[in-house]
Write a protein that binds this ligand. Sequence first.
Ligand SMILES: NC(=O)c1ccc[n+]([C@@H]2O[C@H](COP(=O)([O-])OP(=O)(O)OC[C@H]3O[C@@H](n4cnc5c(N)ncnc54)[C@H](O)[C@@H]3O)[C@@H](O)[C@H]2O)c1
Length: 328
Amino acid sequence: MQNILVTGGAGYIGSHICLKLRESGYCPVVFDNLSNGHRDAIAPDIPFIQADIRDSEKLDRTFSEFQPTAVIHMAALIEAGLSMHEPSKFYNVNVAGSLNLLDAMRRHDCLHIVFSSTAAVYGNAGLDLLDERLPVRPENPYGRSKAMVETMLADYFAIYGFKAIALRYFNAAGADPKGRAGERHDPETHLIPLALQAAAGLRSEMKIFGGDYNTPDGTCIRDYIHVDDLADAHVKAVQNLTSRKNTTFEIINIGTGKGYSVKEIIELCQSITGQKFPVSLKPRRPGDPAKLVADPAKAKVLLDWQPKYGSAHDIIKHSWNFYMKTMS
Ligand SMILES: NC(=O)c1ccc[n+]([C@@H]2O[C@H](COP(=O)([O-])OP(=O)(O)OC[C@H]3O[C@@H](n4cnc5c(N)ncnc54)[C@H](O)[C@@H]3O)[C@@H](O)[C@H]2O)c1
């Protein structure tokens, strides 16, 4: 069985990817410092190394012991809003940490990598659908840190022969359809879990940041991708990289191609949970683009991937089921 090193594997998306890797016949090896992840999000029999991606010695030991075929690199700081106040932390973990990992991969001749990039690299493009050929114009240090790693990957492909795929996720959401994993960020900043916490009575109200965007109802529009579909895309990316003879570097959007406004998502959360929680309108937050919706065509052609869960209804339902299970 091939080992796949999963950095950030104890996090929200990582824990779902580990489930999918196992179901697909791989052995995930998780490398995570638990700064934002959960040890119990990973099955006890999955090899787990609690360490920081900036720690070269721990990386060297892990590569020597497990000899992974590929790396799925998710370890990062993820809060775009925080990056507007503390960019240094984001460049340190997301950029310097990634560089440290890539150089450990070179030392151990493990040259296959799937990288967690983000739709935040597009910034405020003002287009209905975003495709991978657009210039990158991130609006916050978080997005810029991810764009920098994409640039590093392009050079490591061209000069050191890496095979790399950067997946630009749109808004990851939902929970494992079988209820084995879900989203547990603390602090929580994502729309659907915040709305569901309001529905469960854990928040007194739900805040909407900005009602004056140039969108039909004035609130931001995002493309919500089910975390189970996202996990599927990673397994397909690993399969694609490891079956190729030639080196490659591809950037691929992972989204559905359908956008929902903040108001639409809140209304769906209220109708699915049957709870009418209070909603208040606040000023815009700096760094939030009005609309981010993927053109997902490249993922279908290159990875033979398309989402199973194309509607936000399933995403919210699975998240709500996970909340009900973990709160009971
Ligand atoms: N959640 C989304 O909607 C979304 C969208 C686009 C891209 N992404 C990217 O996907 C990846 C996973 O996101 P997530 O939502 O699962 O976040 P998460 O915070 O739940 O997971 C990140 C994991 O990385 C670990 N980590 C952080 N810094 C580390 C370090 N220095 N060394 C080792 N481990 C470290 C954390 O402990 C955590 O378990 C991130 O790279 C994020 O930027 C997420």
